[in-house]
Ligand binder design. Structure first.
Ligand code: ATP
Ligand code: MG
Length: 429
């Protein structure tokens, strides 16, 4: 497999004033081409340092993508550094000069003499041009390595990556993307997952596992080395899914709310929400999905005790006896929402999002989620030990969505898995 390194140039990248989006854009294109990026480096505007980085990268990688410093100003030093790195003279290259003159003529702009500096390149450079800017991109060969020099302006760099660099590299390496599969998981943490897989399904040498948490859920990316690995990758993914059971809620680029809406639609089921501590977050997550009107009937934010009674019919004496954050109240909220909206499902959520309001019996993070299904009402009780109010609310919302999805899939709201059973269910009625 061909290898690549990326060097981005500019003091503004080192001071934190500019976020290095060019490195990410280049990495994405290389990865899609099946070229393995194994190092990214940012260097300040300094000829000896840039030259050192170029030589170093070219001694290892098949491709070196360089961004920035091709402009006409005194801090644009990349061509000078490239010439120094590979022992070449700087020359005004006719093809580059034509590019610069044309770029100004096309825009009807007068050209400052200093702009010709952009056409002064290492003698052996091959000019790539620049469809959307004045500084011409160029390439150089060193040993078996190809160096590609691109302008720093992000939209110019992206156009060049797409239109010139992509085809060039595809030709040169006739590479194919590495086969990979993304699994979306909820109900297990990154460390537990790594531990579990390491123990029960250690990755074979041809397989790379990447853990990508995006709270409250996470992605597990399984990548093989080459296209011929596709069948054994498929086999390993199937074993992973069997091991993790319903902790895996989907394959590919999707989200839990999207999967819930798809599943509700498939089952022609509807849902009504009664939210206290999540303040409408479940309703927001579901209605963010286009087409959610198929299945989301209503959502009530019943924050006060009185609202729980008035809007959902939760008897005041139940709240007085058990407290607003309790199993019976969650249950009656879910049932009240379902009965009043005449939906397939009702969801009730009540909890303590903090940071204040906790007690020894019901600490911050205590949440009761109830799912009223046609045949039965379930309550899941748990304490989220997350540091912020927002994290507690997001985790509660995802738990509720997960409970609904599990019921749609299996007829029970908890995650059913041979190794990672959700033991937080306290009661059913
Ligand atoms: P120009 O001809 O415009 O001078 P250049 O090739 O010399 O182009 P730079 O001067 O390094 O590029 O940067 C031009 C602009 O692009 C600046 O606004 C800079 O902040 C931005 N830029 C440079 N490098 C990056 C990067 N790695 N990621 C995102 N933006 C960048
Ligand atoms: Mg510049």
């Amino acid at each position: 497999m061909a290898t690549a390194e990326i060097i981005t140039i500019g003091n503004e990248l080192l001071s934190g004033r500019t976020i290095d989006s060019n490195a990410a854009a280049a990495a994405k294109v290389l990865t899609e081409l099946g070229i393995a990026v194994f190092r990214r480096l940012s260097v300040g505007d300094d000829v000896p340092l840039i030259a050192l980085a170029l030589r170093d990268a070219a001694s290892r990688a098949d491709v070196v993508i360089v961004s920035g410093g091709l402009g006409p100003t005194s801090d644009d030093l990349t061509a000078a550094a490239a010439a120094e790195a590979f022992g070449q003279e700087l020359r005004l290259l006719p093809e580059a000069e034509a590019h610069v003159r044309n770029a100004f003529a096309r825009r009807n702009l007068p050209m400052a003499a200093v702009n010709l500096k952009q056409a002064v390149l290492p003698a052996a450079a091959a000019v790539l041009g620049n469809p959307s800017g004045t500084a011409p991109a160029f390439t150089m060969e060193h040993g078996s390595s190809l160096l590609v020099f691109l302008p720093g302006v992000p939209h110019e760099l992206e156009a060049l990556l797409r239109e010139r660099v992509g085809p060039l590299l595809r030709n040169r390496f006739s590479s194919q993307p590495r086969p990979s599969v993304t699994l979306r998981l909820f109900g297990i943490g990154e460390s537990m997952l790594a531990e579990l897989l390491g123990r029960l399904l250690p990755p074979p040498p041809w397989l790379t596992l990447s853990y990508l948490p995006h709270f409250p859920d996470l992605s597990l990316i399984l990548s093989a080395r080459e296209p011929a690995d596709q069948p054994r990758l498929e086999h390993h993914v199937a074993k992973t899914e069997a091991l993790l059971g319903h902790v895996v809620y989907a394959r590919g680029e999707t989200t839990l709310p999207q999967v819930v809406i798809d599943m509700l639609q498939r089952e022609q089921a509807t849902v009504a929400l009664a939210e206290s501590c999540t303040g409408g977050l479940v309703a927001k997550l579901l209605t963010d999905i286009s087409g959610s009107s198929c299945c989301v009937e209503s959502g009530a934010v019943t924050y006060s005790n009185a609202a729980k009674t008035r809007m959902l019919g939760v008897p005041a004496d139940v709240i007085a006896t058990y407290g607003a954050v309790s199993d019976p109240v969650a249950r009656l909220m879910a049932e009240g929402a379902r009965t009043r909206a005449e939906t397939t499902y009702g969801i009730g959520i009540t909890g303590i999002a903090g940071p204040s309001g906790g007690t020894p019996e019901k600490p911050v993070g205590t949440v009761f989620i109830s799912l009223a299904a046609p045949e039965e009402t379930y309550v899941l009780a748990f304490t989220n030990n997350f540091p912020t109010r927002s994290a507690i609310r997001y985790m509660a919302a995802f738990r509720a969505l997960s409970a609904l999805l599990q019921h749609l899939k299996t007829g029970a709201p908890w995650i059913v898995s041979p190794t990672t059973a959700d033991r937080s269910a306290t009661s059913t009625s």
